[in-house]
Design a protein around this ligand. Structure first.
Ligand code: ZN
Ligand code: ZN
Ligand code: ZN
Ligand code: ZN
Length: 486
């Protein structure tokens, strides 16, 4: 409770201000309910969501042996809700409820223990209770997949909480709908998804594929910062992104509608020019960098037409067929990499795309991005640097110039260059990363405080020593040279 009180105080302080600068905190929020996802269980503390250090194991709850904590304080902090969970987990052992069932059970338990009256403040005049969250009742009722999911969840919840402790069907639909539509994926500093949480205040933000605000997490604490300057902040125009926006408009619209039941109406979704870049090849004139749009729905023998930038008219008819074939192959390979990125696969695809695919083609950008991550995982630094640097322009095109995703790529490039003693490059990339991440994450975020800042200091220091040593070696060489010659 104390933490919530602290949040209210902070929120009031920040939000009464009208003028907001890039990087200012718009909202700070603590979860109403949250959990560490099953895939990350044991790697993060179930209370504070801090990563388990390699030296020290998390302590398991002696009752259920399921929940893990980094300290006694964290175990005590969790007890409000966990005392109810703990005995239920023991009763159904060795069965462990799936994440969504656990999260819904947490909501039910919180609502029963005073959570229905809890409100998280957004501005001085605005606050939200759990019941204020959108539940999309009708959409959910018509959603066959989600109804099937709910039916299977009810079976688990009956076992886990006991039939008598479940709310009635309408209430359960409402809880399920609110959890589906309002949950945030909680990420760690490396942007790995580690948990899921429902944040009452932060759920007021609408979506845009060109967001002007960004959400980060420090443990379970959510912070939303502005990515733009506001002469006068308008809360109704603050937008975050619910999905990865590096996708075609059709795919984005579909994903948003299937998951959140709305049709996106943002400027990016009304920009057909943007989509043309996504499916483009290089101009036949090698001196020209303009993209040539290929509509995959056109017939094979439709001429590509003259380049709008240089006027070059490519008459080679097989280019369209070749492009469509490779594009299909790329999409098949993306399916293969749904769970994990494979470097050899990325290399094969990038080679196939060759000089044909334009650098802003979405399939090019996606594979360079996947290849970059896969190369890092395999410590293949040369390929990682090659793919990472080649892709900056493409990523900026899709995410926007100063999007934190670009900052994260630059940070990784800086880290690699520092590791292999390309110190000048390291200093350069890290400085660029700092410019972006200070806006999205801020000085107090562990990504900046514990990772980027020490890296910058180290790279600068090493570069200084290196330059000094080089000077010293050069002048020594000059002295020796003179003595020998003299
Ligand atoms: Zn902890
Ligand atoms: Zn327990
Ligand atoms: Zn949109
Ligand atoms: Zn051209």
């Amino acid at each position: 409770m104390r933490e919530h009180y602290r949040y209210r105080y902070q929120a009031r302080e920040v939000l009464t201000r009208q003028k907001v600068a890039k990087g200012d905190v718009l909202l700070s929020s603590l979860p109403f309910v949250y959990l560490v996802n099953a895939s990350s269980k044991g790697l993060y503390c179930d209370h504070c969501l801090k990563k388990n250090s390699t030296h020290q194991n998390l302590q398991r709850c002696s009752g259920c042996k399921v929940e893990c904590y980094c300290s006694k304080e964290c175990q005590r902090g969790s007890w409000d809700i966990h005392r109810f969970e703990c005995k239920n987990l023991q009763r159904i052992y060795p069965l462990i409820p799936p994440d969504t069932a656990k999260l819904i059970a947490k909501v039910i338990l919180r609502l029963k223990t005073g959570g229905d009256q809890f409100e998280e403040r957004i501005t001085e005049k605005r606050s939200r209770k759990f019941k204020d969250l959108m539940n999309h009742y009708t959409d959910l009722k018509d959603d066959v997949k989600r109804q099937e999911h709910l039916t299977s969840l009810v079976v688990v919840l009956r076992k886990y909480l006991g039939t008598n402790n479940l709310p009635n069907e309408v209430e359960l639909q409402g809880i399920f709908g609110r959890v589906c539509v309002n949950s945030f994926s909680i990420t760690d500093t490396d942007m790995n998804t580690v948990g899921t949480g429902v944040y009452l205040a932060a759920s007021i933000f609408d979506h845009s594929c060109e967001p002007n605000a960004y959400v980060t997490f420090d443990g379970k604490h959510l912070l939303c910062r502005s990515l733009v300057d506001w002469p006068s902040l308008d809360w109704n125009k603050v937008r975050i992104s619910y999905i990865d926006v590096m996708n075609t408009t059709t795919d984005r619209l579909e994903e948003l509608h299937n998951r959140y039941y709305f049709w996106c109406d943002c400027s990016a979704c009304h920009n057909p020019e943007r989509d043309k870049f996504m499916s483009s090849i290089n101009c036949g004139n090698t001196a020209c960098t303009a993209p040539i749009f290929i509509d995959e729905n056109d017939d094979d023998d439709t001429p590509i037409g003259a380049c709008s930038a240089c006027g070059f008219n490519d008459l080679s008819l097989d280019k369209r067929t070749k492009y469509c074939k490779i594009a299909n192959y790329c999409r098949e390979q993306l399916e293969v990499m749904k769970e994990k990125y494979y470097l050899d696969l990325c290399q094969r695809v990038i080679e196939k795309q060759g000089d044909l695919f334009h650098k802003l083609n979405i399939l090019r950008v996606r594979f360079l991005d996947a290849g970059f991550e896969a190369a890092i995982a395999l410590h293949n630094w040369d390929i990682a640097i090659q793919y990472g640097t080649q892709n900056i322009e493409g990523l900026k095109f899709y995410y926007g110039e100063d999007h934190p995703n670009i900052g994260l790529v630059l940070l990784k490039l800086g880290k690699i260059c520092s590791h292999i003693y390309r110190l000048q490059d390291a200093v350069h990339y890290l400085a660029q990363a700092e410019k972006i991440l200070l806006i999205s994450h801020g000085k107090s975020h562990p990504l900046y405080k514990e990772e980027l800042k020490p890296l910058i200091e180290q790279a600068n220091e090493e570069l200084k020593i290196f330059t000094h040593r080089k000077k010293w070696t050069n002048s020594n060489f000059a002295v020796n040279f003179r003595t020998t010659c003299g």
